[in-house]
Design a protein around this ligand. Structure first.
Ligand code: NAD
Length: 259
């Protein structure tokens, strides 16, 4: 198997690049090095100014607006992908949002609006994007990968409603994998350790989480964007052909520790 050409000619659509620190950008750069053709989406004009130059630096010919709460925008993206590329091999979903006030204090104080917003953007979006992508992905035994976090499974201070959203996301991965598998499409999640990004800056005490994870994890360090990208390469290429519905931890081993 020629690993340097693992993604040669593969069409990869990436949701969730905000800037050069984004986990999605780490994945995109690695896929680019392995020969992928990349498309990107962004939300709003200020992020477009960040995303467009990054996308152009990896030769992207598909840079489209998409707020994942808007079904019309999602449809427009996949109409454009079908028209321009005629197919799709990989969908990268690295999208999440919760109100800042819901990422501190007590979970029990989460409002209905805050709860629904976090679940809508961070979990339901995977279902909507996968549904639209399926007709394209099924032509090429394609795959979907999303990003989760340990707070889906255990209580992490201040992660609050996002932990519930990630639990829904991981369960959605399993149900989507069951639906999409018969058509040859795989759906997996990477549960990443903490990484300093724009989204992470919304979590109160995030710096403390980084330090704690590096101190307690078996590998005694925080993970890098390359660590996550390596797992994404595995899951989204033929290397991971037998894997679907899985949540793969890329967290320096933090999640195995009991005490
Ligand atoms: P990031 O801020 O770089 O990326 C989050 C992305 O979500 C942004 O590009 C933002 O534009 C997008 N987004 C938010 N609302 C949206 C909407 N309505 N429509 C479309 N896009 C929207 O931060 P990141 O840390 O790279 O986050 C990527 C994913 O990784 C998220 O799912 C996050 O929960 C997950 N994750 C992050 C960490 C971490 O410590 N940073 C750890 C585990 C998992």
């Amino acid at each position: 198997m020629d690993l340097t050409n693992l993604f040669r000619g593969r069409k990869v659509l990436v949701f969730g690049v905000a800037n050069e620190r984004s986990i999605a950008w780490g994945i995109a750069q690695t896929f680019h090095k392995l020969g992928a053709q990349l498309g990107f989406t962004y939300v709003g004009e200020s992020l477009e100014r960040r995303v467009r130059p990054l996308a152009e630096s990896v030769g992207s010919d598909l840079i489209l607006p998409c707020d994942v709460t808007d079904d019309a925008q999602i449809k427009a993206v996949f109409d454009e992908v079908r028209e321009k590329w005629g197919g799709l091999d990989v969908l990268v979903h690295a999208v999440a949002f919760a109100n800042r006030e819901d990422l501190e204090g007590r979970f029990v104080d989460t409002t209905r609006e805050g709860y629904l917003l976090a679940l809508n953007i961070s979990a339901y979006s995977l279902v909507a994007l996968t549904r639209h992508a399926m007709p394209l992905l099924s032509q090429s035994n394609g795959s979907v990968v999303t990003l989760s976090y340990y707070g889906a499974e255990k209580v992490v201070p201040n992660y609050n409603v996002m932990g519930v959203a990630k639990a829904a996301l991981e369960a959605s991965v399993r149900y989507l994998a069951a639906d999409c598998g018969p058509e040859g499409v795989r759906v997996n999640a990477i549960s990443a350790g903490p990484v300093k990004t724009l989204a992470a800056s919304g979590i109160k005490g995030f710096r403390g989480m980084l330090g704690f994870a590096a101190e307690k994890a078996p590998l005694r360090r925080n993970i890098t964007l390359d660590d996550v990208a390596g797992a994404a390469v595995f899951l989204c290429s033929e290397l991971g052909n037998g894997v679907t519905g899985e949540t793969l931890y890329v967290d320096s081993g933090y999640s195995i520790m009991g005490m």
